[in-house]
Design a protein around this ligand. Sequence first.
Ligand code: PLP
Length: 452
Amino acid sequence: MSKIPFGPTYDEMLHPELLDPAIKKLSHEAKKNELDPMNLFNIHWKNEDGVVNKIVLPKAITNVDANIVVMLGKYFPSGSHKVGPAYSTLIEGCVDQTIVPGKHTILGPSTGNFGIGVAYICNLMKYDSIVIMPDNMSKERYDRIRRYGAKLDLTPGTESDVILTLERTFELKKNPDYRSLAQFELLPNYRFHRHVTGLSAVEAVRGIGNGRIACFTSAPGSAGTIAAGDQIKKVFPEAKVVALEPYECSTLMNGGRGQHRIEGIGDKMCTLIHNVLNTDFVCLIKDDDAVRGLKILHDGETVLKEAGISHEQFENMRDLFGVSGVCNIIGAIKMAKYLKLGPGDNVVTVATDGFDRYPSVLENLEKRYLETVDFVQRRWFKDIFVDMDTSHILDYRPMEMKEKLFRQKEMDWLKFGYSQEYLDAMRHMDFWDSEYEKIHHYDALIIKMRGE
Ligand SMILES: Cc1ncc(COP(=O)(O)O)c(C=O)c1O
């Protein structure tokens, strides 16, 4: 067996605090140089003390009794947790020996962050890579992908932008030297989030409220992150899992496929790896509420101060979220109200990335609104956070609602060559549990192949 560039197991990504002290030391030092391969061991949700990176939002902002706990993806290497699924998919291919260094070029179909993760991981693990993404994403994304040395293959940002990246990948994959880290289809994405994100979420609420999770909200792009809900439900069976979609692109709710401004989510499909059995509610968020909400949390110190937020709280919070993170927060607030959660209850959500890749989005907001002065921001703060309503929430627990999602998945995936039998297998929890169990197999192989 050939030795692979070494990296962590699924369990080590969940429990980096248990790593060999020498590896821990080297990986902490590697943070000074983001292209040091030891950063592979920094792919996890935790800080150097082994505590999950998170913020409990001040109630002066959420105006709900429940605690809204946001897990912070910006501290992952490359600046977003999408590097986790990128690494997991590549390492599984390495140990399965379907992906060979020096022979295969890696394809990363994406709306940006996964592409950044793929470009980054391929740089660290010495693969050539091509990121396939729409041409209308934020400028900061393209800059980073180029910086990590990947090639960009841009598809038109139109009505069906992500579908076009999939079609383009489908074409490129005909080249036998290309291997796709197909985040929408491949189960390492599911495994990473169910195990690493799900169980990190369980740790994140220790000591907060009743220490349990009442609700988990996540706006699916690939629907990797929402897989955390599968493991959260194993630990806290009462937890409700909520898929958030842009109001302008409500594919899961009613087949809607419009353009919207929340980069990374609302990809106009039910992805293959989305376990809809565990999606209890679908909730729509207006895209500009997420952008304006980001403006408030990043630039609205005056308005937030009036609500009781201190300068220190504001400074600690302002760079933690991107647009989809704010969408997830708004969804968490709506669900806390809808489910009538109390002070002991926790709603967990995720900020996939931080503000660093969105200055251009706020510049664009300024141009569109011309004035974003305090009195405008005061109105936005009230409408988007304090007085947010519980509209556009649908209960997807009844079987006929699940059926809608199964049918959407068939429409989206039979055309890419997946069989009806495979899709039917996904109607049963056994399918998902046995896919999840494979982490033990892969962890053993990673340890065996990386050697000492
Ligand atoms: C900014 C952002 N938010 C949310 C998501 C959605 O996460 P997931 O693909 O795990 O559903 C993505 C995915 O790329 C993203 O880039």
